[in-house]
Design a protein around this ligand. Structure first.
Ligand SMILES: NC(=O)c1ccc[n+]([C@@H]2O[C@H](COP(=O)([O-])OP(=O)(O)OC[C@H]3O[C@@H](n4cnc5c(N)ncnc54)[C@H](O)[C@@H]3O)[C@@H](O)[C@H]2O)c1
Length: 433
């Protein structure tokens, strides 16, 4: 069996998750040969998974890309605004790529990367990990079995969850969409991707509404200070109190943003005093009503697909988990967090003709980010097969497939901002001029 040499550009949270899973489940198939990140501790953490191999370290993507090719594939796990340059550089150097989503936070760059990958005949796998979850694979299997008939409508939703919203999209790295990406791309390109994967038809047009309503200055309780640590009058009852990083919100949130060296010294557990100090200066110590955020906290998208299929998608900060309802000509398939809560089954089908109910309970092995419900583990389990496949079109989440979700997301964002229906063909045509 051929060993695949892997390198990584950006050794933060996501790359660490993948490298850790590679070590756990496919260590003999992969070998990490090079790591690029300005933060040495992050490189060291990943290098620690590969005790025997020689690993070359670089301070930046540029330094790494100046060298001769030193791996078969490179993981690109930098932030949203820095995917395009390293990805183009890596393609030109002859690497296949495991590219974090979004492909880029600029649609034109998305199209250029797709075209370049095809011209150079390189594989680019986009980390749309939901395609690798047992849940969505079961949904796809049921659709393809013909049980529900022809799909007519789909309603899907994603509840981001209040703490996740506050952590990532109010206080955190995706709060300012100018520096990162619009919410519908940053968070929900997964959902656009799953919809297009399940429907298996082209999305023709989208419209969208939404905005930032809650996490704003005018909703701050009277006398709430800029930082929670400065003694807030509603500290006890506020679900967003940053002091919760010391206890109930410590795992998994703190470790992905807290200084890694300090976490390591304390075997993963920073002391309360260290966290208090951090809350005095860190963006994660700010009151959620006094941040510089502009990411929307709710958005709805309506979609028109080929063959008259329609779909809706709602992203909201104020619910938790994903839900899907697919109405076919023979009946309705419902699944996700809400269905699980009220029926104790993950997926339920109601047959229109016979009134028969079929249910499915889906087992998920843990590994990676739990909110990805087995997607990280599924993704890494398939990685070797996908990188060695002769035919790149067999990749489940190729850049070519993923472009569709990015076009849908950009169409939705333009629609939301300009209050109009966006024809996706026109949007792409404009970009390609
Ligand atoms: N697939 C998913 O479900 C999923 C989930 C969360 C995040 N993401 C995406 O993954 C990407 C990474 O997110 P993250 O949470 O791991 O971010 P992170 O901030 O933890 O990691 C980014 C890393 O890039 C490094 N970096 C910065 N400049 C660099 C340079 N010039 N050269 C090399 N490295 C550099 C940083 O030091 C940091 O370690 C983002 O685009 C994010 O949107 C995907």
């Amino acid at each position: 069996m051929r060993t695949i040499k892997l390198a990584a550009i950006g050794c933060g949270n996501r790359t660490t998750v993948y490298a850790n899973l590679v070590k756990q489940i496919a260590g003999e198939k992969f070998k990490i040969t090079a790591l690029a990140d300005p933060v040495k501790e992050r490189r060291d953490e990943i290098a620690g998974y590969e005790k025997t191999a020689e690993i070359r370290h670089f301070d930046s993507a540029d330094e790494f890309l100046k060298q001769e090719k030193m791996a078969d594939a490179v993981i690109i796990g930098t932030q949203d605004d820095y995917h395009f340059n390293p990805a183009m550089g890596a393609l030109k150097k002859g690497y296949d790529i495991i590219l974090e989503k979004p492909i880029s936070n600029n649609l034109e760059e998305v199209l250029i990367l797709d075209r370049t990958a095809r011209e150079l005949n390189r594989k680019v796998i986009v980390c749309h990990v939901l395609r690798y979850t047992p849940f969505y694979n079961k949904v796809k299997e049921v659709i393809e079995s013909g049980l529900i008939g022809e799909i007519v409508t789909v309603n899907a939703s994603e509840g981001v969850g209040t703490w996740h919203m506050a952590h990532s999209f109010v206080r955190g790295k995706w709060a300012d969409t100018e520096k990162s990406s619009p919410m519908i791309l940053a968070k929900s390109c997964h959902d656009m991707d799953i919809l297009s994967w399940l429907v298996q038809k082209k999305c023709l047009a989208v419209s969208s509404f939404g905005g930032l309503e809650f996490f704003r200055e005018q909703n701050a309780p009277p006398n709430a200070p800029f930082r929670c640590i400065d003694g807030c009058p509603v500290a006890e009852s506020c679900q967003y109190n940053a002091l919760l990083y010391m206890n109930e919100q410590r795992v998994p949130w703190l470790s992905v943003v807290f200084d890694p060296e300090s976490m390591k010294k304390n075997q993963g557990g920073a002391s309360d005093d260290e966290i208090r100090k951090w809350l005095e200066t860190s963006p994660w110590g700010r009151c959620v009503y006094h941040c510089d955020n502009n990411a929307v906290d709710h958005q709805v998208v309506t979609m028109s697909f080929e063959d008259g299929i329609t779909a809706t998608f709602t992203m909201t900060a104020f619910d938790e988990g994903r839900n899907i309802e697919i109405c076919g000509t023979k009946g309705t398939l419902k699944g996700g967090t809400y269905t699980q809560k009220i029926t104790s089954h993950d997926l339920v089908f109601y047959d229109n003709r016979y009134g028969k109910i079929t249910t499915w309970d889906i087992e998920v092995e843990s590994g990676g980010n739990d909110s990805h419900v087995g997607g990280d583990l599924g993704f890494v389990s398939m990685l070797y097969e996908e990188l060695t496949a002769e035919d790149p079109s067999l990749m489940r989440s190729s850049i070519h497939e993923s472009v569709e979700s990015h076009v849908m997301a950009w169409g939705a964002e333009i629609s939301r901002k300009e209050n109009r229906v966006v024809e996706l063909k026109e949007l792409v045509k404009k970009m390609e001029l």
